[in-house]
Each structure stands twice: as structure tokens, then as C-alpha cells.
Ligand binder design. Sequence first.
Ligand code: FAD
Length: 493
Amino acid sequence: MSETFTSAMDGPDTANPRGRARLTFDLDVDICVVGAGLAGLTVALEAARMGASVAVLEGRHVGWNASGHQLGTVMPGFSLPIGELIERVGFEDTRELWSLSKEGAEYVRANATEELMPGIGASEGALEVSNVDVGEQLISRLQMLSEDFETEVEGWQVDRVRDQLRTDRYFHGVYYPKAFQIDGRRYVHGLAALARRAGARIFEDTPVVSIDPSGIRKRIVTPSARLRASHIVLAGNIHLGAPLRRLSETLLPVWRYAGVTAPLGTDLSEVITFKGSVADTDGIDHFRIVEGDRLMWASPETTWAARPQRFAPAIARRIRTIFPRLGQVEIAEVWGGAIGQTVHGMPQIGQLRRGLWVASGFGRQGLNTSAMAGLAIARGILWSDERWRLFSPFELVWAGGATGRVAGFIVGMWGRGSSAAAGVLARHRERVRAQERVREARLAEVNRQAGTRPPQRRPQPGRPRPVRPKPPPRANAADGPYPGPPPQAGEGP
Ligand SMILES: Cc1cc2nc3c(=O)[nH]c(=O)nc-3n(C[C@H](O)[C@H](O)[C@H](O)COP(=O)(O)OP(=O)(O)OC[C@H]3O[C@@H](n4cnc5c(N)ncnc54)[C@H](O)[C@@H]3O)c2cc1C
């Protein structure tokens, strides 16, 4: 495929004072990608590998937003729970979507090798922990993931979770041995380097201010140059703005903040021995050990942009809440990024009109899903692979603008609040059960020593009385010889 320069400034990219290449000349390419985050860079890398001429236009710099500020946990799946996905698109399509999400994770693994990205430092395993005691639900989920979705998972009992994470906050866990973590910041820059090596051109400090997607050759306007391309890929996440404002308005922006503690020495290894990353099922906390004795922790969220440094005390408080034994920790560095949440919880992947593509809305789980999007779109454009159509049921839904942000904030607060309340209740039940066990053991011991039988326990107020099976109805000569089975416990009035 061709790449032609239509400006007098044909030649090397013009570097700005910070060494970034800004686009200052007109350009004609096959594919123009808007946004150099994980999504845009993966499309660019794959399309360039397939032989297309590609230009990536980035308004700030590579990894400026969420992509350069994530925690690097790579897992299969989506932000939307699998059960809801099945309800939405049915079992077979969910299986296909899930397998694409696994392919996305494996794609990241293949790129994130020491050879391609020196210093990337991958470690294995991720643990999803429950804030409430839901052992029963866990079993069916584990069965579904391993049998129907061919995903390696292990169910961890409460004791095993608490053996590795010394807190009473968490109950059961789902361990994904094939999930892994990488240095997230290094990955996005490594991706840019791979894309450049494959022939893609990346221009930073080059915001796209408008597009004209009609016609075979589409037009893209930046403050200092114009482009023409057969395909435009919008991968600008919540900051896309002017080129297609309606698209930005389908995303609810959520700023998530993360920090890393100062070295915690051996205190840390006394409370956490798990080496992979940990996330709770309510999506509130996400953490892992880095550099041996520091804790990297993501938690607070807002629907308005704020200075990340403001959230250092909140992160320290959160760590103390979950691991009181660590006490007041020092937060050495804080950062944040805006993620785009869709109303339906699934990413936006597909073709809006001929030659105009979208890859955004990856939410909190963007590493595997943006990789999957990049592959699907590059193959859609260059190989006419139609698998991106699996995402068609997740149409663009307006996220409510400013009202949506307020609603999102309230829903987020409510979600966190109700999850905290459910956690308190679960821990209270657990304490009561433990106290009962101790009481019963003492009673049994006293009775053993006294040689007496335990007294009949009186039902406690507020507790349902045990239901005794009703005696079978007396056989009546007129009823015949078989009175039928007695009713089971609970069947009676
Ligand atoms: C604290 C935190 C921790 C996270 N941890 C994880 C994790 O461990 N695992 C995981 O899977 N996910 C994680 N995520 C989520 C993940 O980071 C995101 O889902 C993902 O980075 C989104 O990538 P993106 O390319 O869509 O968007 P972005 O990173 O926002 O990139 C879009 C780019 O487009 C540019 N742009 C926008 N508009 C224009 C325009 N008009 N012209 C030119 N350029 C434009 C922007 O400047 C930006 O650089 C985390 C997110 C945060 C904030």
C-alpha cells in the first residue's frame, strides 16, 4: 500500500522542543488513527504489520491518558460480568467474544517480551476476591469459566485467600493462573516503538480538530496540516471532542487514581504473600506488590478531573482499611487517568460508516480489550474479517452528558456504599458464626466433663424455628393402602 507526502515539507517529521514529532506537512495515507493510547497504537501496529501506510495523530503524547497510567494487569474478559453478557447476546456469541478477549490478552503477552520491550517484567497470576461470602455462586461461575469458556481458573476458599492476604475483608477468590501483569507504562511506549518499527508514523502534539468522513478519501484536519486517508480510526477515548462530539458523549468519563507506597520493608510480606495482582469483585480496589516491598494501589474514582495528588490520603486510608496491620503508609507517587465507561459496559468496536471506525470505551479493563479491538479493526480493514460485527449489539448509547456524570457519580458512590455495607454484614455474620462455634465447643467440653447431654437449645428470638416434618396423614381405609410420601421440611404451611 502507498504512502505519499503532499506537502513541501516532505521528509523527516518535525521534532518539537521535547523531542516529539509533530505533523507540520500534509499527508496521504491508507489509515489515519486518532489517538496514541493502547487502542490506537494496537490498530497502527497491526495495520502496519499487514502492509498498510498508517499515521497516528496524538493531541498530547503517547500514553498521555489512561494508557500510560494503568496498573498493567492483563486478564481475559470484559468490564461487563460474563452472566450479563450471556443475557445480552446469548451463549454462543458470548463464547466468541470471550475467546477474542483471551486472544487480546495473549497478544499483549506476545508483545511484552524482554526481547521486544526490555525491562517489561511480566509476573503471573491474578486473584479476584469477593467482598462478601458467596461461595455457592462461585462454584457455578468457576464451572462455567473452565468448562464452557475454556479459561484456566481455580476457586480459592476463604482460608486460602486469607493465608495470602491477611485481612478479614475478603472471602472467596477466583485465581486466574494465566493472567499476568506487566509494567503498564513501559508497555504503551513499547507498543509505540513496535508500531514505528513496523512502519507506522506517530505524530504527537497534533490534535485532530475536524474530520470529513464522506467520500472514498476522507479528510482529517489538524492545526498545522491536513491528511487524506481511506480509513479513519477514532481511538481518542473520552477526549476525542470536536472530530465527532456525539461519539465522546456516549462515554461516561471516570477518573481513576492510583499510587505507589514508599518501601514498606518486611511489614508488607507479613500481610501480603500473593505475588500477582488482586482486584475485588466490586471493582473498588486493585493492587499488587512492586519492586519487592512497595504496594501499587488503584482505588478512588471521580466523574470530574482533579489533581491526582489530592488522592494520596484517600489511597493511604484505603490501604489501612483493608490491611490495618500496615498502619499509616507513605504514598510516594500518585497518578490518574480517565477511563471511558459505556452505558452497556462493553467496548465500542466497529465501523460507524464506510471507512470510519471506532475503538473506545474500554473502561477499567483496557489492556486485553484494546488489543482485541486493534486486531479486529486492522483485520476488518485489511482482510475483510467481519468478526468486529460481534460488537454490533453494543450500539452507541448517549451517556447523559453533564447529568450523566452526576448520575454516574451518585451511582458510583451508591455502588461503593452498598458494597461496603454488604461487606460489613458478611463480616458480622462471619463473627457471629465463629462466636457460636466457640460457644458450642465450650458447652460440649463442659458437658463432656460433667457427663451430661447438651440441653435442648431454645430457638433464639428472630430466628426461624426448625421446621419439623409433619407426620404422614393417617391411613384411612377409604383412602386405600398407600397414604403417599410425607411432606419434606419446609413444604408444610
Ligand atoms: C489508574 C488506572 C489503572 C488501570 N489499570 C488497568 C489494568 O491494570 N488493566 C487493564 O486492562 N486496564 C487498566 N486500566 C484501564 C486502561 O488503562 C484503559 O481502558 C485504556 O488505557 C484505554 O485506552 P484508550 O487507548 O482507549 O484510551 P486513552 O489512553 O485515553 O488514549 C486515547 C488517546 O487519544 C488522544 N486523543 C483524544 N482525542 C484526540 C484528538 N481529537 N486528536 C488527537 N488525539 C486525541 C488522547 O490524547 C489520548 O492519548 C486502568 C486505568 C486507570 C486510569
